[in-house]
Ligand binder design. Structure first.
Ligand SMILES: [Mg+2]
Ligand SMILES: [Zn+2]
Length: 231
C-alpha cells in the first residue's frame, strides 16, 4: 500500500467516526468501580493472590456485552501514590481480572485507573488530579475514546464517591450493597447530595435493572444533570 492510499483510508475512517457522532448514534456505557463492585474489597490490593472476582461478575459483564453496552472500569488506586504497590501491579491485576472473565466469556472494554493521591508519599503522584473519583477525568477520557452518550450511560459502584462521579457527569447511578456499599448507605447517605437512582444487592442485580429499564424505554436524563462541558 502506498503512503497516499494509507492516508486516504485514514481519512475515510475519520469521516466515518464523525458521521456516527453526528447521527447521534453514540455509544452507551456502564462505568464500573473495581474494588467492592467487580471484585472483593480487600483494602489496598497489593498482591495478585488477593484478587477475588465475585461469583456473579462474569454473568453480569456477559449481559452487558450481549446488550451492546460498553463495560468500562474506573478505579482510584491511590495506593500507587502512597507507595503501597506499583502501577505495574495495578496493570497485572487488571490483566488477571480480564483473563479470568474472558475464560467465562465476559469482556471488559477498558480499564481506567487513577494512581494519584493529594497526600501521596511519592512526589510524582502527589497532585490534585482531574482523574481521581469523584473528579470526572476518567469518564471524560472514555467519552473521547469511545464517543459515549453520558445521558444514556450508567455507573455502578459501592461508595458515595462513585455516586458523586455519576452526579458530576450526568450518569445514572447504581449503588451496590457489596464492598462498602451497605455500610456507606447506612452511615453516609444523609450527607449525599442526592440518592442513587437505584440500590442493588450486587453487580448482577444492578445490571439486570439497567437492562430492564432499557427494555422498557430509552432512559431519559434525570434532573440536575450537568453536561461534561459545564463541570
Ligand atoms: Mg469500590
Ligand atoms: Zn489521578
Amino acid at each position: 500500500m502506498t503512503a497516499g492510499a494509507k492516508r486516504g483510508s485514514l481519512e475515510e475512517e475519520r469521516v466515518q467516526t464523525w458521521r456516527i457522532a453526528e447521527g447521534n448514534h453514540r455509544a452507551r456505557a456502564v462505568f464500573l468501580d473495581r474494588d467492592g463492585t467487580l471484585i472483593q474489597e480487600v483494602g489496598y490490593l497489593s498482591r495478585l493472590d488477593d484478587v477475588h472476582i465475585y461469583p456473579w461478575t462474569a454473568e453480569a459483564i456477559r449481559k452487558l456485552n450481549q446488550a451492546g453496552l460498553l463495560a468500562i472500569v474506573v478505579t482510584n488506586q491511590g495506593g500507587v501514590g502512597k507507595g503501597f504497590y506499583t502501577e505495574e501491579l495495578v496493570e497485572q491485576v487488571h490483566e488477571k481480572i480480564a483473563r479470568e472473565l474472558a475464560e467465562q466469556g465476559a469482556r471488559l472494554d477498558a480499564f481506567c485507573y487513577c494512581p494519584h493521591h493529594p497526600e501521596a508519599s511519592l512526589p510524582a503522584y502527589r497532585v490534585e488530579c482531574r482523574c481521581r473519583k469523584p473528579a470526572p477525568g476518567m469518564v471524560e477520557e472514555a467519552v473521547k475514546r469511545f464517543k459515549i452518550d453520558l445521558s444514556s450511560s450508567y455507573i455502578v459502584g459501592d461508595t458515595g464517591r462513585d455516586m458523586q462521579l455519576g452526579f458530576n457527569t450526568g450518569l445514572r447511578t447504581i449503588l451496590v450493597r457489596t464492598g462498602y456499599g451497605a455500610g456507606e448507605y447506612e452511615s453516609q447517605r444523609h450527607v449525599w447530595p442526592r440518592s442513587p437512582d437505584w440500590i442493588a444487592e450486587n453487580l448482577l442485580e444492578g445490571v439486570e435493572k439497567i437492562l430492564a429499564e432499557r427494555a422498557r424505554h430509552v432512559p431519559a436524563s434525570g434532573q440536575n444533570l450537568l453536561a461534561p462541558d459545564n463541570l
